[in-house]
Design a protein around this ligand. Sequence first.
Ligand SMILES: [Zn+2]
Ligand SMILES: [Zn+2]
Length: 763
Amino acid sequence: MTAVRPEVARMIQVTGVVQGVGFRPFVHRIAMRHGLAGWVRNVAGTVEIHVEGDAGQLDEFEIALREEAPPVSRIHTLRMEPTDALGAEDFRITESADAEGNRPVPPDVAMCERCEAELHDPGGRRHRHPFITCTDCGPRYTVIESLPYDRERTSMAVFPMCEPCRAEYETPDDRRYHAETIACNACGPRVWLTGADGVVLGEGDSAVREAARLMTAGRIGAIRGVGGFHLACDATSNVAVRRLRHRKHRDAKPLAVMVGTPAHAREIGVVSRAEARLLAGAEHPIVLLARRPHSQIATSVAPGLDWIGVMLPYSPLHHLLLEAAACPLVMTSGNLSDEPIAIGNDEARDRLAGIADFFLLHDREVLSRVDDSVVRVVDDAPVLMRRSRGYAPLPLRMPVASPEPLIAVGPHLKNTFTLARGDAAYVSPHIGDLDGVESLAHFRATLERYRDLFRIEPRVVARDLHPGYLSTRIASDLDLEREIVVQHHHAHVAAVMAEHGITDRVVGVALDGTGYGDDGHVWGAEVLVADLLGYRRAARLRYVPLPGGDAAAREPWRVAAGYASLDPAVAPAFALAFEGVTDEHRAIVARQIERRLNAPLASSMGRLFDAAAAVLGIRRGMSYEGQAAMELESLAGSRSAEPFDMPVTEEGGLLVVDPVPLLSALGERCQRGEDVRMLAARFHETVIEAFVRVTVRVADAEAVRTVALGGGSFQNARLLARMRQRLATAGLRVLVPRQLGPNDGAISYGQAAVAAALLARSG
Ligand SMILES: [Zn+2]
Ligand SMILES: [Zn+2]
């Protein structure tokens, strides 16, 4: 007679990123640890677990399931119900039962610590192997051809595993059990080095060492990475950095730097605890750090800015390269100016021929273009300025599920698109500005991949209100059943609401560059009373003519001329804006303003920053979007300052904020010789004060207690942090962008959230 032990059985279903991330071996390990029997298997996008055994051990198992899940996995839901015990004797990993469903594709993950240790272990099979991975780390999205995620459907398919690798792959308690990207020095991809002429200069380890040597000698390299090519050079050499800028046609826009270790990052920038975590996290984004004044980094890396973008090596190849170079490297997207990043060996040789002196190549194909992600810590929490490698293609949730599969095509600049099904929104990686055949092709190719991978066939398209955007043409070319048009700043506000799961009315503060308004003017500093279904404009900046239209966005003195035209009495205060501008140009601009020829009216915060930089004599022309605003922010630093007066008037129920007295005060004081850094700080405080005042007024009038902050101007950390604090102090709940940037990268997600809500309402 044997005593019957109280055996309990449970069926557990886990959804999220749980396939291709070592989840089943993990479940196997913890089941063994707790002496439980049963099985685990993949079913469509979920993992199903049957466990039975001692009730106490089962509870422990559940805790371990949540708390010890593999670093690459993301558990979205975990459902559990009692079931009948099967009398199982052991715990097994059973074969996948294939079926349809939402199947998240894991993002690319930086090399883990254990793989790093192997990289440096002279006795190991993977000593100095540039493609070490395991189930916890390595490329995913960029090597996956199609689902289900198996080696044969990745770009690793052409590398047959050697016997020792296969043995690891097939052993359940090995950390490379079913690691689809498994490889070693015997069977993995190869690295080689060529000159600009294509002549091979080295292979394997010597190629890596020679590439590093060339960079320390001032050369520029094209280096094939995870999501595409980088252009790289010695970040401590002004000569090398200037040469790279000249060849890439990138004058002054800041360049990212890769450093070998966290200690090196601290030599360049001030690293808070939150920033240290980000730098070393699974995603390894570029982190914008407060720059140390006298570091070894060449001034030409980020001219005029008090911060610098830093990342740590995230692939084994990067580690080897940084060690050999022994200096920080500029690592910028492998492209000419604003074109998409190059991914193929031939493509790179073709497109980067005039830029790179050498090419460090490998034969693991990159199937998806993915730029490095960019994160900035504001108020101790990360804000994703660019959500790409390491994050995409993980889905974001939407607060209202869409009854129809849909696509939101995004805006014109900093484009992303979003494919959505139900409440899952698959936001594409950064596509870039849609103004060339190259970026259009990039958009189409990425969309194709997303449709394939997630098996979403959209029936509805959401697009921007702007009739002339290329994205608007893309939308009409898709020729879908239904088109939903979303105003740009409504999309900004909706994106912030949606990532926080909010559907109730909010006061949305959109401070931005430009977006097409529903009155046909250029909007960009808007206070909207909004929910996902619609909005009412409650406040804006005073309209200013932008002489030259798009040219005004590149030449701040034109915006200053526009503002000066609003009140002839203040014109002398604007004098610094026009130094060095020819009389002829000024006359053309005056005519444009007077006759309203190519001088659209705008209420843009971005342009107000430009005008301020111009009247302070800081910048009259710009070499990249946002330059004047970024330099103003850097000049202001963190010094506290008194705001100037910014009058608010009411025009037919709409509050209008007038910045002319502010610009005039800045110009006058600057001409009297006041410290421009203090004036930059006072400019910030004036804008913050005025928009806090207006926002509180609107919130009170509408009895709304939640505020959402969005729009490209909130990339300015001072603006975002101070407005959040001030509004919170006023008793409001403040939502800020975290998972997607404040900038136009979030627009497609906002469009999708609005479209889903509209579709759900109309049933
Ligand atoms: Zn690893
Ligand atoms: Zn091998």
